[in-house]
Design a protein around this ligand. Structure first.
Ligand SMILES: [Zn+2]
Length: 68
């Protein structure tokens, strides 16, 4: 008998998760892109992690004008 991954909230098997792109805040400032995994049945968040594909964001340049 195998142990199935169950949602801690609704008790359904977690065979799929909703993946959302969220922003991690440190001291109120956005620092990193994260991924949120939530139950597709009840939308309880099962976990959040730093997006491993996210590239470090370049610092904002002091450029002023944008065309258009
Ligand atoms: Zn659930």
């Amino acid at each position: 008998m195998s142990i199935a991954g169950l949602c801690p909230k609704c008790g359904q098997r977690v065979l799929h998760v909703d993946v959302e792109s969220v922003v991690g805040l440190v001291g109120g400032e956005s620092k990193a892109r994260c991924l949120s995994y939530s139950c597709i049945h009840c939308h309880a968040v099962l976990g959040v992690e730093i997006d491993p594909r996210a590239k470090p964001r370049p610092r904002r340049r002091p450029t002023t004008s944008a065309p258009g």
